[in-house]
Design a binder for this molecule. Structure first.
Ligand code: PLP
Length: 380
């Protein structure tokens, strides 16, 4: 193996297990050697398993206190793989304020495969109970909703589900396992858009699903492997690295959000603030019991007559962009950007007015964020 062309193909002999590397390497290998035809190999092909991806999957499963984790090429792919464990004729109850892309997968895809859905206000357990049919199999919701931060009790919802032998599926993107561990509260499956807080740097699109027990994990793994929307080793490494700083990032998101809410409460331009940290609401009451913090997303309405477009275009440090959960602060108008797919009537019903602004609070110095918001409010 000394000829140049042979070296090009084979490189130097590698045995990463003996390098002493402190991080799992990025294993860029789509296939793996069988020592013999009969060998019982752990890895044979990347779609089925990759050490870098598996490391991340185990890392998140451990954080969520689950049996098995699965990493996907997006949060949407994770949602698709989880919902694909159901079969035609099954009925699912969903939160009425779930992520728009999840609605799209349900309405444009799973309904065509004869899976039935009923959307309810999951904050109200009796509404859930009333929607249950003989063919109901699961309840799917987000414990903190987007963009109005309505909070659902995972404990109460999972208790209703258990009583009727339904699975509880929670999209935990907004909180991350640092602030809430839905499996410990009774849920069966947790989903993440790891694009958001888990990776935390707006540099990767990724999704995670974690199952509480082996039977469900096996079904999700079957879908991951057969549908094939797996996360690449490079992107798995980005999410893995992001997770290493989740706690310190979240602590700053929380303290910055609190300071920004206090600032907004003093401003006459603000009509209403949506943040579960503000006491006196049902959302606050539930969040206080079931989450270790109130999250880094703050939504608020400007007073009627004030130009929200001018306001969000007027911030300088805070960027006008969709997405959330990253180190940099992002601001947007839900009616025009993240929730533009809803008809004006649906928007109104959901409380998404033209005055509503969503702010994903980053980890910058809070003084800079507040002065940026102040200078843009001053110009209205
Ligand atoms: C962004 C998001 C998703 C979709 O994830 P992608 O990574 O964009 O596919 C799902 N759920 C919630 C709550 C989200 O914020």
């Amino acid at each position: 193996m000394t000829e140049f062309d042979t070296k090009l193909v084979h490189g130097k002999p590698q045995d990463d297990n003996n390098t002493g590397a402190v991080n799992v390497p990025i294993y860029n290998s789509s296939t793996y050697i069988y020592p013999s035809v009969e060998a019982d190999v752990k890895y044979d092909y990347e779609r089925s398993g990759n050490p870098t991806r598996n490391y991340l999957e185990e890392q998140v499963a451990q954080l969520e206190d689950g049996y098995g984790g699965f990493a996907f090429s997006s949060g949407s792919a994770a949602i698709h793989a989880v919902l694909a464990i159901f079969k035609p004729g099954d009925h699912l109850i969903i939160g009425k304020e779930i992520y728009g892309g999840t609605f799209r997968i349900i309405n444009e895809f799973f309904k065509r495969w004869q899976i039935e859905f009923t959307a309810v206000d999951t904050q109200n357990p009796s509404e859930i109970e009333q929607a249950i049919r003989p063919n109901t199999r699961a309840i799917y919701f987000e414990s903190f909703t987007n963009p109005l931060l309505h909070v659902t009790s995972v404990k109460k919802t999972a208790a209703v589900a258990k009583k009727h032998q339904l699975l509880t599926i929670v999209d935990n993107t907004f909180l991350s396992p640092y602030l809430q561990r839905p499996l410990d509260l009774g849920a069966d499956i947790v989903i993440h858009s790891a694009t958001k807080y888990l990776s935390g740097h707006s540099d990767v699109i990724a999704g995670i699903a974690v199952a509480k027990d082996k039977a469900i994990a096996d079904r999700i793994y079957f879908n991951q492997n057969s549908i094939g929307s797996t996360l690449s080793p490079e992107d798995s490494n980005l999410v893995r690295r992001g997770i290493q700083t989740l706690a310190v990032r979240m602590d700053r998101h929380l303290s910055n959000a609190k300071k920004i809410v206090e600032f907004l409460q003093k401003r006459p331009e603000i009509e209403k603030i949506y943040y579960p940290g503000i006491s006196g609401t049902k959302d606050h009451e539930i969040a206080q019991k079931e989450a270790d913090g109130f999250g880094g997303i703050v939504s608020f309405e400007l007073k009627e007559g004030l130009d929200t477009t001018k306001f969000v275009e007027g911030t300088k440090l805070i960027q006008l962009a969709v997405s959330l959960g990253a180190v940099e602060s992002l601001i947007e108008l839900p009616y025009k950007m993240t929730h533009a797919e809803l008809s004006p009537e649906e928007q109104l019903k959901a409380g998404i007015t033209h005055q509503l602004v969503r702010l994903s609070v980053g980890i910058e110095d809070p003084k800079d964020l507040i002065s940026d918001l102040a200078q843009s409010l001053d110009k209205l």
